[in-house]
Design a protein around this ligand. Structure first.
Ligand code: SAM
Ligand code: SF4
Length: 342
């Protein structure tokens, strides 16, 4: 964030409170911007200009920031993402250090699952509690077109290993795209029900590096639900959704559920409880922020934990009311999703 945010009216709370009464308790940590897939909606075939190695937080720096978030700022949930988090060499140790914090946060990860089959048991032993695996198609040829890699079998193996390692409920994240995989809502739900995975559809957001997102082309939550209702009876899951982005539906009376995250057509910004840390040590208060706060420079400049915590609180305080995708002045953040942490 350039310049100092105006925090003159901020109350003295130690938590990550903002001007609209929200409190951020869910930290998303991007461990790398690199990936071993090239999903067409996320990265060009040749990849992106990766962050230079010296700019990345070391494991010690990363764990220090997570410790500050959990022990000083009230963060209760830590999710590792990327890029592809399984590509981070010290992942198991970072997870173990996070799970050893007091109070212990919930520790989860969002992954493409490619190498999960051989990693799942070790990750659980390190302290991982939950995993979300991204899967947009059940068809190998389509998977190859969509991700530019012939690795669907590895994702299936990764999902099974995650379930067997006790990471239940294993969640599956799907982005449906018009003319690409919009016909797979029903088969994907059938597959997940049969294997005991919990499926969540996510509306595609304007975060692609190609800036090719088109609101009129996006497959909406309404369309996804209409498609599912051709084969299943969906009833709203009873209970309060809290800050959870997914609207959840009981499938054929339950207990199985399916989630739909309508980030664009039914934004949940008013209940957002997230704060984000990029692999190069920038804190962002929203996926769509146009600015970020440099914690790496503070760490490397010798700042105390209390200094870092104070700056992080300032970043949270000035969080915008909403992402503004529908407002006339909206412009995409400079970082693509893979460099923010999805
Ligand atoms: N590589 C990991 C994976 O694919 O799960 C973690 C990072 S990826 C950026 C996290 C999630 O963001 C994936 O489920 C992916 O499908 C989703 N994603 C990527 N670009 C998106 C976009 N423009 N809109 C909505 N979701 C997107
Ligand atoms: Fe990689 Fe995830 Fe982006 Fe696909 S969505 S290219 S798996 S970071």
């Amino acid at each position: 964030m350039r310049g100092n945010p105006d925090t003159s009216e901020r109350p003295g709370s130690p938590l990550l409170v903002d001007r609209f009464g929200r409190v951020a308790t869910d930290l998303r940590v991007s461990l790398t911007d690199r990936c071993n897939l090239r999903c067409t909606y996320c990265m060009p075939a040749e990849g992106l200009d990766w962050l230079p190695k010296p700019d990345l937080l070391s494991d010690d720096e990363l764990v220090r920031l997570i410790r500050i978030a959990v022990t000083m700022l009230g963060v209760t949930d830590v999710r590792f993402t990327g890029g592809e988090p399984l590509l981070r060499p010290g992942l198991d140790d970072v997870i173990a250090a996070t799970a050893a914090l007091d109070p212990r946060p919930k520790v989860s990860m969002t992954t493409n699952g490619l190498t999960l089959a051989k990693r799942a048991a070790g990750l659980v032993a390190a302290g991982l509690d939950r995993v979300n695996v991204s899967l947009d198609t059940l068809d190998p040829a389509r998977f190859l077109r969509l991700t530019r890699r012939d690795r669907l079998a590895d994702v299936f193996a990764g999902l099974a290993a995650a379930r067997e390692a006790g990471l239940a409920p294993v969640k599956v994240n799907t982005v449906l795209m018009r003319g690409v995989n919009e016909d797979e809502a029903v088969p994907l739900l059938r597959h997940c029900l049969a294997h005991g995975y919990q499926l969540r559809f996510i509306e595609q957001m304007p975060l692609d590096p190609q800036h090719g997102w088109d609101r009129d082309e996006m497959v909406t939550a309404e369309e996804i639900l209409a498609s599912l209702r051709t084969e299943f009876t969906l009833t709203p899951e009873p209970g309060d959704r809290g800050g959870a982005p997914a609207e959840r539906w009981l499938v054929d009376g339950g207990p199985a559920v399916v989630g739909v995250i309508a980030s664009v057509t039914r934004p949940f910004c008013a209940a957002c409880d997230r704060t984000r840390l990029t692999a190069d040590g920038q804190v962002r208060n929203c996926l769509f922020s146009r600015s970020e706060t440099d914690l790496r420079a503070l760490l490397r400049g010798g700042a105390s934990d209390e200094d870092v915590a104070g700056v992080w609180r300032g970043n949270a305080w000035v969080k915008a009311a909403g992402h503004g995708i529908d407002s006339a002045g909206f412009s995409q953040p400079d970082r693509p999703m893979s460099a923010i942490g999805g």
